[in-house]
Design a protein around this ligand. Sequence first.
Ligand code: DGY
Length: 333
Amino acid sequence: MIEEQVCFLTRLVPEPGPRLLKEAFAEVRGNFEERNLDRTELLAGVREADALYCMLTDTIDAEVLDAAGPRLRVVSNMAVGYDNVDVSAATARGVLVTNTPGVLTETTADLAWALLLAAARRVVEGDRLVRDGGFHMWSPTMLLGGDVSGKTLGIVGMGRIGQAVARRSTGFGMKVLYTRPSGPLDNGSVPAGADWLHVDSLEELLRNSDFVSLHVPLSEETRHLLGRREFELMGPHGVLVNTSRGPVVDEAALVEALAAGTLGAAALDVYEREPELAPGLSALTNAVLLPHLGSATRQTRARMAEMAARNAIAAVRGESVPHPVNPEVLGAG
Ligand code: DGY
């Protein structure tokens, strides 16, 4: 038990997260319901907490950090992405930020493939047609999609999740092109026999890929990485899959490209102004739309909840923190 110390939890998370927190902290307070806190509740609730356990849907900026006050030691984000947290503001206040990498890699890669296949083979349109009573007879021309096997998959951002998506393409006999800011992967990271080729530019990847899957974190460099020009490079048969962050794609330009047919199809798990959709997006039949389900399996959400709890507990105890985002804070003072 950490004497006197308080953890503020912004919403209900799966076990064992809450149990671990309750075992470790003198008090765990916050929101134990299936809803997001509004800003006023967050600012009021976080006061004098030692640990803030939050979600990607919470904006943790200087105002929230200041509302918490000087006791705050750690912001534990239950996500691998942490673009919702102002890390510089946290660092400036000596507050550690942590995330949950690794545990959601395979689950998110599975979902990227579910989206890719759904868009290529028009799975959602087919389901809708059957439910609407439109399936009268097999037809040689009904809902024709595009082949996946033997095609080229472009991976933008070949980190953990990008590589997991690429590994799955082997069974489809696909060639993989990828961009990676730090250059080509070393040979040990490429599975034997895999046809993975590092390309120097996004343009080269987009021109030469049939499917493009995004796996970059959101930053000022990646905001609107793909817009009208990039969709034109992908072309009328190109398929875009996004399981990273919505603002990496210019969503208004995406709607235009899909409506005009300059881009073939898109399969999205994330949106620029989540949970809002760009006007016109939901009416497009060549868009497959999911509600940010990348890591949404029972097993993975439990692992994420546990990892976020362990990060918060270790930070407050002054122990080695499993996944710090701004480890320089640990060295300071
Ligand atoms: C993350 O962890 O960043 C994911 O988007 C959650 O699914």
